[in-house]
Each structure stands twice: as structure tokens, then as C-alpha cells.
Design a binder for this molecule. Structure first.
Ligand SMILES: Nc1ncnc2c1ncn2[C@@H]1O[C@H](COP(=O)(O)OP(=O)(O)OP(=O)(O)O)[C@@H](O)[C@H]1O
Length: 248
């Protein structure tokens, strides 16, 4: 589904993503985790064709991805950490717009809309302007817009921030079922218990570089502790050591 090789991004000569390579297959729930400023959003924006890489290759569905590849973009969805929705539209108008952009037939649209509105407890809120929604409600309508056309790959940047506990639980269950149907989810999160619970694959990035990649079991094996929490593995790999002078 997604193949990344030697991906790099620099700003003004300073590297922020360095030599990332990985593959994500159908049915995988890929958690891309790392401390603040480690390059997660930059990477996800390159993978979704919103940002041009400095070098390296990204293949989606065995075709090279680039910002102008509209037919590839139609098969994916991306919800950024702070969704920038059209505030002057109502929730209903926004979802209708998505349905026509993706040519979802009326019956399917109605069915999925009903299911997703119930999932996120957003029934009865669709006729308000998006700019009047709370942060969590904006997040929910962005997620519904991303899910309603059932993309082959769903990219989510910090999807649970701002969601109440029930929506959090429902989203988690939904994502698990989503990948079981053979589709793919690529998410970034600081919520390590979430990653531990639902990810099939975990990639740890630190200062733009790969620190580890594998199943939780494989990551545990690398540190020789089969009961280690992901939090311990993560902190062990990403804590600034006293001898690390790169920040000084
Ligand atoms: N447009 C830009 N110009 C210059 N530097 C940038 C730009 N965008 C991002 N960066 C830098 O790239 C690095 C990685 O940022 P990025 O937003 O990808 O991190 P992140 O892992 O998503 O962080 P967070 O967890 O805080 O969201 C940071 O040092 C950031 O300052």
C-alpha cells in the first residue's frame, strides 16, 4: 500500500527528516510515534502529497506519489492535528461537499453518515456552522469526512486529541475493524497506550531519524523484556542522555 525509501526533508539546509524507509501493508495499523518536533507531521504531510520531499521516494499503491497525483489522493484521507475546515459551511454542507467530491451514491452516503454520526455522538449538530463547533466537534466532523468515503489508506495526525472518552473508545474500535477489512491506517500519536493497544506496527522517530520499527513484540525483544511497556521502550530510545550534546 505504501512504500517509503530514503525519505529526507530539510528546511534551510537543516534536516528535519532523515533517510526514512519503511513499508506499510494492507491490514496494518501503523503507529508513527516520536517526541515533539521529531518530524512526524512533516513526514505525514509528505506521504499525503501536501509537502514535497527534499529527496527519497514515496510509492502509494505501487505508484510514485507527488503533490499533483490527484487519482492517488482520492484513495486516501488525511486528518491533520488541527483540521482546517470550511467554517462558513454547516456540518451537513461540509459532508455533502465530501460526498459529491468523492461521488458517493446517495444511499451509501446516508447509511455511512448515520453510522458515523452515531459513532461520534454528533447527531443533531449538523445544521450549525462549523466555525461555531468546539475543538472536539471540529475534530469529529473532520474524521467523519475522512472516513465517509472509506479510503484505502487513512492518515491521522493525533486523532484522539480533543475527543471525549466515549468517542475515543468508539474511534479505537472503528479503526481496529477498519484494518481488519484489509484497509490501512497510518497514525501519529503521543498516546502510547493507544498505540500499544491497537497498532500492528510501531515506528519510533527521534530528531528525524528512525529509532526502531516493528511489532510491539519485536520491539520488546530488542530490549530483552517481553513485559516492557511501550512507554519504557519509547523513553529508553528517545530520552536525551546526559552525554548527548546535540542540543547544546
Ligand atoms: N515550515 C517549516 N520551516 C522550518 N522548520 C519547520 C517547518 N515545519 C516544521 N519544521 C521543523 O521541523 C521539525 C519537525 O516538525 P514536525 O511538525 O514534523 O514535528 P512533530 O513530530 O510532528 O511534532 P509534534 O509532536 O510537536 O506535533 C521541527 O523542528 C520543526 O520546527
Amino acid at each position: 500500500m505504501l512504500k517509503v525509501e530514503g525519505l529526507n526533508k530539510s528546511y534551510g539546509g537543516s534536516p528535519v527528516v532523515e533517510d526514512l524507509s519503511f513499508t506499510v501493508r494492507g491490514g496494518e495499523l501503523f503507529a508513527f510515534i516520536g517526541p515533539n518536533g521529531s518530524g512526524k507531521s512533516t513526514t505525514i504531510r509528505m506521504l499525503t502529497g501536501l509537502l514535497r520531499a527534499s529527496s527519497g521516494s514515496i510509492e502509494l499503491f505501487e505508484e510514485v506519489m507527488a503533490p499533483d497525483k490527484t487519482h492517488l489522493k482520492k484513495r486516501i484521507s488525511f486528518v491533520p492535528d488541527t483540521p482546517d475546515l470550511m467554517g462558513k459551511l454547516t456540518g451537513r454542507e461540509y459532508l455533502n461537499f465530501i460526498a459529491s467530491a468523492y461521488r458517493i451514491d446517495t444511499t451509501t452516503f446516508k447509511e455511512r453518515k448515520r453510522e458515523l454520526l452515531a459513532l461520534f455522538d454528533l447527531e443533531g449538530q449538523l445544521d450549525r456552522l462549523i466555525e461555531e463547533y468546539s475543538h472536539g466537534m471540529k475534530q469529529k466532523v473532520a474524521l467523519i469526512g475522512a472516513l465517509i468515503h472509506e479510503p484505502d489508506i487513512l492518515f491521522l495526525d493525533e486523532p484522539t486529541v480533543g475527543l471525549d472518552p466515549k468517542s475515543n473508545r468508539n474511534l479505537k474500535d472503528y479503526l481496529r475493524a477498519y484494518v481488519k477489512s484489509g484497509r490501512t491506517v497510518f497514525l501519529t500519536t503521543h498516546n502510547l497506550s493507544l498505540a500499544e493497544e491497537i497498532a500492528t506496527d510501531i515506528f519510533i522517530i527521534y530528531k528525524g531519524k528512525k529509532m526502531a520499527h516493528g511489532t510491539l513484540k519485536a520491539l520488546r525483544e530488542t530490549i530483552g523484556d517481553q513485559s516492557a511497556r511501550l512507554e519504557d521502550i519509547f523513553l529508553g530510545l528517545t530520552e536525551v542522555k546526559p552525554h548527548d550534546s546535540s542540543d547544546t
